[in-house]
Design a protein around this ligand. Structure first.
Ligand code: PNS
Length: 164
């Protein structure tokens, strides 16, 4: 079985992430979406909330498993027996960090390769950080995230959702 993992923080999942998920699910028999449970960071959403939002947003894709992981990505890659890590590239500014990550992972576990998908032009400016910033000031995030995610973000920030 041709199994890949798309890892990330997904705090929260954006339409850009979802585009990468849909496209990579077509390339592999099985795609794990790995949500990092990073205890040293304080995310807006708990890891359970991030996993649940991703499960909802990807419910129609049959070959996807959304799971959380802790620690080194390569250890989780071994555990689930994946051979490819998928990452999205939005712009050249992403490249340096992504190359470093890919090469480190390959040195730590030579059986794993990283495959980059370029973000669609319409999502190339988008990041979870920007979405959090806009939502925290009550701005319109309807073009950036699924409706259900937008609703939960406004709830977190104690802001009335203007679309509902
Ligand atoms: O969405 P992000 O925050 O850019 O995702 C980064 C992620 C989760 C892929 C990366 O931080 C990661 O793999 N973290 C787990 C620890 C690890 O294995 N780091 C790489 C070797 S230093």
């Amino acid at each position: 079985m041709n199994r890949a993992i798309y890892p990330g923080s997904f705090d929260p999942v954006t339409n850009g992430h979802l585009d990468i998920i849909k496209r990579s699910a077509e390339l592999f028999d099985e795609l794990y979406v790995g949500v990092l449970n990073n205890t040293s960071k304080s995310p807006l959403f708990s890891v359970e909330e991030r996993v649940n939002m991703l499960k909802e947003a990807t419910a129609e894709i049959r070959n996807i498993k959304v799971v959380s992981f802790q620690g080194l990505l390569v250890d989780f890659v071994k555990e689930i027996d994946a051979s490819v890590v998928v990452r999205g590239l939005r712009a050249i500014t992403d490249f340096e960090y992504e190359l470093q990550l890919a090469q480190t992972n390959h040195v730590l576990y030579p059986s794993v390769d990283t495959m980059f998908l370029t973000a669609k032009l319409e999502y190339s400016y988008l990041s979870s950080t920007i979405v959090r910033e806009v939502a925290s000031f009550g701005g319109d995030i309807s073009k950036f995230v699924p409706d259900e995610v937008a609703k939960r973000m406004y709830e977190k920030y104690g802001i009335e959702d203007k679309n509902n």
